[in-house]
Design a protein around this ligand. Structure first.
Ligand SMILES: Nc1ncnc2c1ncn2[C@@H]1O[C@H](COP(=O)(O)OP(=O)(O)OP(=O)(O)O)[C@@H](O)[C@H]1O
Length: 288
């Protein structure tokens, strides 16, 4: 599902004395079947933007296109039901929304709610639980007896069980240890490739952006200040410093290799890097 924002604005509590601008003049395109990272400081508008992708909020200005659906300020929330069936939204700390008595029941809730029979919902839930690495022995356990990382996986399975085409992840690794973070990111990257999902990841971790994203959108002050490939975003260190954004290790590594003619694009793409190094070294380098 490709996503396009055209001059989108959103004001909280519009037409009240408490009106606050969340977004203004937002323009970007997120390509279909790719991994897009959304970055920017706290309060820059990332979460407000993401809530538009699931129709949780409707823009107060401009126009959004998600797949075939056009969303404008006059669009009614119920007109978005068809689109919502294709969108999976993983909020920050999604485990806070677990509520059923068993893991399996919790993951079945979404598909049942969207009209699947109990048998279909159970099959979808089991598939999703195995995808996130939760073994069958957990199916009948209470979600509240699991570790934090396992609860997070169950909550993510609940979203995957709806078989979305668009998966939106709002800081999905927050609060997990480094190994748990890496496992989840590897899972999302695998899902995106195997199922050609359109993935939108909000993160503060530039290493993940450098490693996994195909496309990057940078927010500041409620609008988009830059978009492009990770190489385009990370190549301009002076700009990153001016915006107080971290410079990923891959960029620092690339700068060291630049004297050898290796580009940042290649460092961000390990196969291309192997090819370039092989060329530099006369065909003798191999990366396994
Ligand atoms: N419910 C709300 N009511 C009024 N204003 C809000 C509300 N939610 C967010 N805002 C305002 O909208 C702007 C954008 O906030 P948003 O939460 O989208 O930023 P963010 O980039 O997601 O931040 P973070 O990284 O902290 O999650 C901020 O000025 C914020 O204060």
């Amino acid at each position: 599902m490709a996503i396009n924002f055209n001059q989108v604005g959103f004001t909280y509590q519009l037409n009240t004395p408490f009106a606050t601008q969340g977004l203004h003049d937002v323009n970007f395109t997120m390509p279909e079947g790719k991994f897009t990272a959304v970055i920017g400081h706290t309060g820059s508008g990332k979460s407000t933007m993401v809530q538009h992708l699931d129709g949780l909020v409707i823009p107060t200005a401009g126009e959004i296109t998600i797949a075939e659906q056009r969303i404008v300020p006059t669009t009614k929330p119920k007109e978005l039901n068809k689109m919502r069936a294709h969108v999976g939204l993983v909020f920050q700390f999604p485990e806070a929304q677990l509520f059923e008595q068993t893991v399996l029941k919790d993951v079945m809730f979404g598909p049942k709610n969207f009209g699947k029979t109990a048998t279909e919902a159970e099959a979808a839930a089991k598939r999703a639980l195995r995808t996130v690495g939760m073994a069958e022995k957990y199916d009948e356990r209470s979600p509240f007896e699991l570790s934090g990382g396992q609860m997070r996986r169950v909550a993510i399975a609940g979203v995957l069980a709806m078989e979305p085409d668009l998966l939106i992840l709002d800081e999905p690794t927050a609060g997990l240890d480094p190994a748990g973070q890496e496992e989840l990111m590897t899972l999302f990257a695998r899902l995106q490739k195997e199922r050609h999902l359109t993935v939108v990841l909000i993160t503060h971790q530039m290493e993940y952006v450098a490693q996994y994203a195909d496309h990057v959108v940078v927010f500041e002050g409620g609008t988009v200040v830059k978009e492009g490939t990770p190489a385009q975003i990370f190549d301009d260190v002076a700009w990153l410093q001016e915006k107080q954004l971290d410079v990923p290790i891959a960029k620092q590594f690339a700068d060291k290799l630049a004297t050898k003619g290796v580009t940042l694009d290649a460092v961000l793409d390990i196969d291309a890097l192997a090819d370039q190094l092989a060329e530099q070294l006369g065909g003798s380098a191999h990366v396994h």
